[in-house]
Ligand binder design. Structure first.
Ligand code: ZN
Ligand code: ZN
Length: 348
């Protein structure tokens, strides 16, 4: 592999920078620091901007959590444990995304991408608020603390959180090309794999008319997360085009495999085998199926070609139709060099 260079954060204001589209790069560019958003190189970012702001929602407006509070007490002990443990992991994921995205954003040298990463960080903060809104209404105050700090008593969760945090921390402590690209992949995996067995659990409950308001909240979160998947997929593909010496396909495969194994182990740990509709086999196959879909987004071959069907296909009917809008943007990197990107209009 090529030498692992240090990478520097952009200066806040760099009067001698060049903002022209032909000089623009996803990382390591020489920008002034101004957000000249009339000149756009990455059209996918401008499309995502429209979708992300169009998705605006507020957790406080989601109705029916009072019904969930009554119903929560009627859930089986296994369902209650899974509900709490899964929320605890989701709370961690959104906390770390909110706090860490700005660290990576300092190294992105295209204002249209800086823009959507800022909106993403804002959305992750809203997701954190949505968990607070759920916990405020659905569970007792002592359970609230138990959920936030479940990692203190659950070794498996603690190790998982430490692993995820560790990759980001490695980049902050030692910002090299390799650690930056590794961080991009880690973001992609978090957004595209780690949330989804948790989401499937809430959909499964809702399909049995249990905890329906919680699932409504989860649907809004998922709609946002799908745009985040697309952001990082595109960033990884841009690195491949612009910095083939930084792009590392083997790293993507290795990290994906690790992510799938960890996600399966954690999900089986927290779901057990007494949740109706969620067998350990379903969990494993769903995670692998999802992984195949995510690699396909990056233009890569599946790690699990034997898994061709989504075991939770029946749950799709429950999911917000808008959730799948994200797929529209999951296309390959557009041919921006010759495209209308040079004109850079923000209109569709
Ligand atoms: Zn989120
Ligand atoms: Zn996200």
């Amino acid at each position: 592999m090529a030498k692992d260079n240090q990478v520097e954060a952009s200066e806040l204001f760099n009067p001698d920078g060049k903002d022209d589209i032909q000089d623009r790069r996803i990382i390591k560019g020489n920008t002034t620091g101004l957000f000249n958003l009339n000149a756009v190189k990455y059209n996918w970012a401008k499309s995502l901007y429209q979708v992300m702001v169009g998705n605006f929602w507020l957790p406080e407006k989601v109705k029916g959590l009072g019904d969930d509070a009554v119903q929560f007490k009627t859930l089986s002990p296994e369902e209650q444990r899974a509900y709490k443990g899964i929320l605890s992991f989701l709370i961690f994921l959104d906390s770390i995304q909110t706090m860490n995205l700005p660290n990576f954003n300092e190294y992105i040298t295209a204002p249209e991408v800086n823009l959507i990463l800022s909106i993403q960080a804002y959305q992750e903060a809203i997701h954190s608020q949505s968990y607070a809104t759920i916990l405020e209404t659905v569970v007792d105050s002592n359970e609230r603390e138990e959920i936030y700090y479940f990692f203190k008593t659950d070794k498996h969760l603690r190790e998982r959180n430490e692993f995820i945090g560790g990759i980001y921390q490695d980049f902050i402590d030692n910002p090299t090309d390799k650690n930056l690209f590794r961080g991009f992949i880690a973001n992609f995996l978090l957004e595209s794999i780690y949330f989804y067995n948790g989401f499937a659990f809430f959909d499964t409950l809702a399909s049995q008319t249990k905890m329906v308001a919680t699932d409504r909240m989860i649907n809004y979160i998922r709609r946002d997360e799908l745009t985040h998947v697309t952001i990082f997929a595109n960033m990884i593909k841009e690195v491949k085009v612009e910095f083939p010496e930084v792009y590392d396909e083997q790293m993507i495969y290795d990290m994906m495999k690790e992510a799938v194994e960890q996600e399966i182990a954690w999900s089986q740990h927290i779901l057990g085998n007494k949740i109706i509709g969620m067998t350990p086999e379903n969990t494993a196959n769903y995670t692998k199926w999802l992984s195949n879909k995510r690699l396909d987004l990056l233009g890569l071959k599946p790690l699990y070609p034997e898994i061709v069907a989504n075991p939770y296909k029946h749950l799709e009917a429950l999911q917000d139709n808008n959730s799948e809008k994200g797929n529209f943007f999951e296309s390959t990197v557009t041919n921006y060099a010759q495209s209308s990107a040079m004109k850079g209009s923000w209109d569709f």
